[in-house]
Design a protein. Structure first.
Length: 296
């Protein structure tokens, strides 16, 4: 009877042991992920801490806890330059929004043509467009600068905005082409039977079904344009036209004193628009990346 009782009790204890192992494994995984998250967030936390501590403590310790807290660096950073930092935010926001609209409109039109329309040399032009992905930006920098200089666009935001409306970002075109090819062609045929032109097919059929990929392109365009430093550095000269990235550079002086706490304070504020933009559209971003990566 004792052996039989032990055999009957063994299966009942086995699920409990498995549950304990699974619980321990889950705890270990969460601890590792938490430690990795803290390690990745440490630079941002250090910058946030540096913005509220005295300047002589910023580089003298690795602790995240300041000896004293003062928000004077935010006021000093916002009003410490010749132009209010709000002007830099407005310039960056204007350029980023207009460039994002241009990328979405221009690249979606080009992608629709490659994915849906039939014209001579379509495959050749598509391959040529993909080839521009391997072309370094610095190769075309001087010809572009000379062209914009002749047009009188230097020291204006036009060189940073107008090319976006001409579908110059091959990455987004390729991304949208892959998405458009996954939409059934029967929808195009039904629209043609109803008398729709290619333009109406693009506007009435393709765009409403392509919100995930359009949101993906918009988010990446906004983030890349907002964080761009090299483009504004080349084309913008007057401080009134500076973007946030150029404004941040103004706090660092290689020949004199640098206001590091004000730099960190404005750097923290510069992360807010990107974070909010991503926060509002993250669902569409994940959906767009997932659907463009699936083969239907």
């Amino acid at each position: 009877m004792t052996d039989a009782a032990a055999l009957l009790a063994a299966p009942a204890a086995h699920p409990d042991a498995r549950a304990k192992r699974s619980r321990r494994r889950s705890i270990v995984i969460h601890l590792v992920l938490t430690a990795a998250s803290i390690l990745m967030l440490y630079p941002i936390l250090w910058m946030l801490s540096g913005s509220v501590r005295p300047d002589d403590e910023i580089f003298g310790t690795s602790s995240l806890i300041p000896s004293s807290v003062s928000f004077a660096s935010y006021w000093r950073g916002w009003n410490g330059l010749q132009v209010s930092f709000g002007q830099f935010f407005w310039n960056s926001l204007t350029i980023s929004v207009l460039a994002t609209i241009g990328n979405v409109v221009g690249c979606s039109l080009a992608a629709f043509a490659f994915a849906r329309l039939r014209f001579g040399g379509r495959n050749f032009w598509f391959a040529l467009m993909l080839g521009t992905l391997m072309l370094p930006y610095h190769v075309v920098l001087i010809p572009q600068y000379i062209m914009f200089l002749e047009l009188g666009w230097v020291n204006t935001p036009l060189p940073l905005i107008v090319p976006k409306y001409l579908a110059t970002d091959a990455f987004f075109i390729f991304l949208m082409v892959q998405f458009f090819r996954g939409i059934p062609r029967e929808l195009d045929e039904a629209a043609i039977m109803d008398g729709c032109s290619p333009w109406r097919i693009y506007w009435r059929v393709m765009l409403p079904l392509s919100m995930p990929v359009l949101a993906t392109a918009a988010i990446f365009s906004f983030i890349w344009t907002w964080d761009d430093f090299f483009g504004p550095l080349i084309y913008l000269n007057d401080i009134d036209t500076y973007t946030v990235q150029l404004g941040l550079r103004s706090f660092v002086d290689s020949t004199g004193a640098s206001d590091w706490s004000a730099l960190f304070a404005m750097s923290n504020l510069s992360l807010v628009p990107v974070f909010l933009f991503f926060l509002f559209f993250q669902r569409l971003l994940i959906e767009g990346i997932a659907t463009t990566g699936m083969k239907r």
